[in-house]
Structures are given as C-alpha cells and as structure tokens.
Design a protein around this ligand. Structure first.
Ligand SMILES: [Zn+2]
Ligand SMILES: [Zn+2]
Length: 309
C-alpha cells in the first residue's frame, strides 16, 4: 500500500489493524453524481481485500490510497451488475499496474464464465502487450474460485460456524453464507474474522436468518438498506422496469428490518450502505436512521463513500 492518505483523511490500516473502507455506497447499477456504485475494501494485516466491484471501484480504490495491483484478493457477493460490472477492469488495471503474483477471485457461479469472457474480450490487447512490452500472461495470473456457499449456518458453536470457510491467511478467517436475494439463487454474505476485529458484509439481501447467524456478535456489520419513502420517486425514474418495485420489496432490506437484523445478530456497530435510493437528497441522514433506531440500540453509522470504519 502507498503512504498516501485517502481523501477523507482517515489512515489506511497498518498491519493487524483491521478496517473496512466503504468505496461505493449507492445501491443499483445507475451511475450519477454523488455516491459511487457498490464496493468495499477490507484491510487486514497489511493486505487489501475488495468485496464487490461496482462501476468505479478502481478509481475509488485509488482515492482510498490503494492501487489496483496492490489488491490480491477479490470477493464478489453476487452477480448483479452493480456488484461485478468492474471486476474485469479491476483485474486488468492490476495487470497494467505491474501485477506479478496471482490475483484470487472468489464468488458464486457463473464467476468462472464471467471472468473467462472478460479475458477473452481483452485477449487482443493482452497478446499485443505480452509480445510488445514483455508482460506476463494475465490469463495465467487470475485464479477464479467459484464456490457454493451453504444456506444454513445453524450448527452450534462459534459465531459463523457452519458457514463455508472461504480462506484463511495471516490469522484472518473469511467465511460465507448464502443469503436471500431472489431471484438470484447464489447471493452471499462474507464475514472477516481477524485477531483484532470481526467484520460482516451482507451483499444484497432481504431479511435473512442466515445473515443473522453469520454476523453473530460481529464488531461491524455493513448492511444494505432501502428507504420505502424514497421508493416511489426512484421507481418514477426507471420507466422501463415495471416489476422493479416487486424486486425491491422481495429481495432487499428496509430501514425497519435493518434494526431487527442488527439487534438479533448482536453486532456492536451497524453501517448502512448500498443505499436505495442512494441519490435522493430529500431523504435526510436522520430519516435514514430513525426507523433503524427503533429496533437497534448499538452504534449506527450512515455510510459515505471513502469512509473508514
Ligand atoms: Zn445491489
Ligand atoms: Zn443485487
């Protein structure tokens, strides 16, 4: 990592200093001014882990003080485009920036096909640069781990036990469960357990007992949120999606549900991110939080781009 400070002045993690940086906090694939599309950076033991790759992730990483080639692990929660549209370009930027070690990509099916198709689409450029600039073959540096997370982490024992172990390194344990985000059948939440801190990131989900089990006792839960009062205005801006309301209600988490989830999981800090709508100035900070507070007495943080928690 570089010594540069991110734009909000918060320092990026030193080794053992586990943090999450919210890179993009607006839900959905639409791009406009203000909040960036969904992505997060977890730093632990001096390494950078990117969770989700919405459009703009590479630029937001740079703003947070991390160059693409310093990322060696990427985790995708699900394959809605607002969570993976810039996965390929991030991997490409890592290569363009001097990547020599393999870059690991974890996520649900069809992750392997998605990455292979992207690499095909830039095959001409890779071939040219290998020949002309002597670069290594990007296709051999990308390691895709497509996996099927369990849907029921209900085994007794440690928090998160019964979840799929994704990987363990440098004292950091990353696990995952399947959450509820119909019609997508493979939508995951990830939990990072470091010696100093535990952080759970929900991905997109409606109320999911599986997420509550995964996040049990976590220091930080980063959870998506939908404000029902802003929904009608959001829908009026999407005239080509007549069934979008049903999708949003069936597969996302309202402010009121959010407080229940955080309270039932017993987390210390709840971070609201993936705001839907994320571009409606008539919803004030207080309005985002008031319904959450009805059910959760812990610390509530309204996420903003490049905020470090
Ligand atoms: Zn989303
Ligand atoms: Zn989604």
């Amino acid at each position: 990592m570089h010594n540069r400070e991110p734009r909000d002045g918060a320092a990026i993690a030193a080794p053992g200093d586990t943090k999450v940086v919210l890179l993009g906090t607006k839900g959905g694939p639409r791009i406009n001014r203000g909040r960036a599309n969904p992505s997060n950076l977890v730093t632990a033991a001096g390494r950078s882990y990117v969770v989700d790759c919405g459009y703009g992730v590479t630029r937001q990483l740079v703003e947070a003080g991390v160059e693409a080639h310093e990322v060696h692990t990427i985790l995708i929660t699900h394959n809605h485009s607002d969570h993976m549209l810039e996965l390929g370009p991030l991997v490409y930027s890592a290569w363009a920036g001097g990547l020599r070690e393999p870059i690991e990509v974890w996520g649900p099916p069809p992750m392997g096909t998605i990455v292979a198709n992207f690499l095909d689409s830039v095959g001409y450029d890779i071939d040219i640069r290998m020949e002309d600039e002597g670069r290594p073959d990007l296709r051999k540096l990308v390691r895709v781990h497509e996996f099927d997370a369990p849907s029921s982490p209900t085994l007794p024992g440690l928090p998160g036990q019964g979840a799929a172990m994704v990987f363990e390194r440098d004292g950091l344990r990353v696990s995952a469960v399947k959450v509820r985000h119909p019609p997508i059948t493979h939508a995951y939440a990830y939990r990072f357990d470091a010696p100093d801190r535990s952080i759970t990131l929900s991905g997109d989900t409606t109320y999911s007992p599986e997420l509550i089990a995964l996040a049990e006792g976590a220091d930080v839960l980063v959870l998506e949120v939908m404000h029902l009062g802003g929904l009608d205005r959001l829908l009026s801006r999407n005239p080509n999606a007549p069934t979008l309301r049903k999708h949003l209600i069936d597969s996302h988490t309202t402010t009121e549900q959010l407080g229940h989830v955080a309270a039932e999981a017993g987390v210390k800090t709840l971070v609201l991110s993936h705001l839907a709508p994320g571009d409606d100035p008539s919803i004030t900070d207080a309005m985002w939080i008031e319904d959450v507070r009805k059910n959760f007495s812990g610390k509530i943080v309204l996420g903003r781009d490049l905020m470090t928690i």
